[in-house]
Design a protein around this ligand. Structure first.
Ligand code: GLU
Length: 330
């Protein structure tokens, strides 16, 4: 419970904000407002690490694989609720709902609609298509909001049936979990304030740049010579940028587009400097579920659903491209 003292302080803080905003609204000249100064002891989002702990490359990380190649569907999709016995799909139908790990902090991919309180976005709708194929009902689904750093753990320990959360497929992760075929292609770029004058990652050498802990983005910005600062959620990066605690946020262009839409004072700049193919992560112990999900993805690529979902959520990224082509390893 919040102490009365703390509530009092919060209210006082709120009043100060309202009074200041009121004064600014009464004809004050915006241009005359002083630049925001970082306080000596700025508020730090829970879990922030400055500098970030940069994961070293796992042993054999250089071992080559094609991270886009997944398991081939084993035929046409079975009718909803009629799953082959003794499969992960049959167990999910028996349970009555699909359990999926998602983001609730990435606008346009996985976020909470403030009007309805519902989780929505491209990743959320992709997950609903899988529930639709299992149950004939996209609502037979339970979402678990997870951080970037928790994705592999919740798949491996069975907390969720799968993770649909802006997750890059790479050889290192393939050793821990299996992935579906690619359902979206992203690439890493940078987000800066419009007045920063920064146009490329090269200008960020020796400067603080924010990314989420457990993301591929952290290692990429460390390799580019920046000082990585890590947080739990992507929106925490936006707050750190707004407070001048970092000079940029860097991750997939898809996620940055959502942050830029939330703060028109920021913009995405520079070219892509990484390849981030998104896949749905599934436990290595359920290859039949990987094949089933790939059959669902085949269906939604070819029947126009993928394009409809892209146009529903991702128009800010430009016109819908063709869906990524499926690649198989068997
Ligand atoms: N696609 C990158 C990754 O899987 C960054 C996205 C994220 O962490 O949410 O690590």
């Amino acid at each position: 419970m919040m102490s009365r003292h703390l509530v009092g302080r919060l209210l006082a803080g709120l009043l100060t904000v309202v009074v200041t905003a009121g004064a600014a609204g009464c004809g004050a000249d915006d241009a005359a407002l002083p630049d925001y100064q970082v306080p000596a002891d700025p508020p730090r989002p829970v879990g922030m690490r400055d500098p970030a702990v940069v994961p070293s490359s796992a042993p054999n990380a250089s071992e080559s694989c094609n991270p886009r190649a997944s398991l081939r569907p084993s035929g046409a999709l079975p009718p909803p609720r009629q799953m082959p016995p003794r499969t992960a799909m049959a167990r999910i139908v028996q349970r009555g709902r699909l359990v999926v790990g998602v983001d609730q902090n990435s606008y346009q991919f996985g976020f909470r609609d403030p009007l309805t309180g519902e989780l929505t976005g491209f990743d959320i709708d992709i997950a609903r298509e899988i529930a639709r194929s299992l149950f004939g009902d996209p609502d037979k689904i339970q979402f678990r909001a997870i951080s970037s750093a928790d994705r592999i753990k919740v798949v491996k320990d069975g907390t969720v049936d799968m993770v649909v959360r802006t997750m890059t497929m790479n050889c290192e992760r393939w050793r821990e979990v299996s992935f579906s075929t690619e359902y979206f292609t992203a690439g890493q770029r940078i987000l800066v304030t419009r007045s920063s004058g920064i146009e490329s990652i090269a200008q960020l050498r020796g400067k603080k740049v924010c990314a989420a802990d457990g993301s591929t983005s952290i290692r990429n910005i460390a390799e580019a010579g920046t000082i990585p600062v890590s947080v739990v959620n992507w929106t925490d990066c936006l707050v750190l940028l707004q407070q001048n605690q970092v000079v940029a946020v860097s991750t997939d262009d898809s996620i940055l587009a959502g942050l830029a839409a939330q703060d028109p004072n920021t913009q995405v700049v520079g070219p892509r400097f990484s390849d981030e193919p998104y896949g749905i992560a599934i436990a290595k112990t359920s290859p039949e579920l990987v094949r089933f999900v790939n059959a669902v993805l085949e269906k939604i690529r070819s029947d126009g659903t993928w394009t409809r979902l892209y146009n529903r959520w991702l128009r800010s990224l430009g016109p819908a491209p063709a869906p990524p082509k499926a690649q198989y390893r068997d």
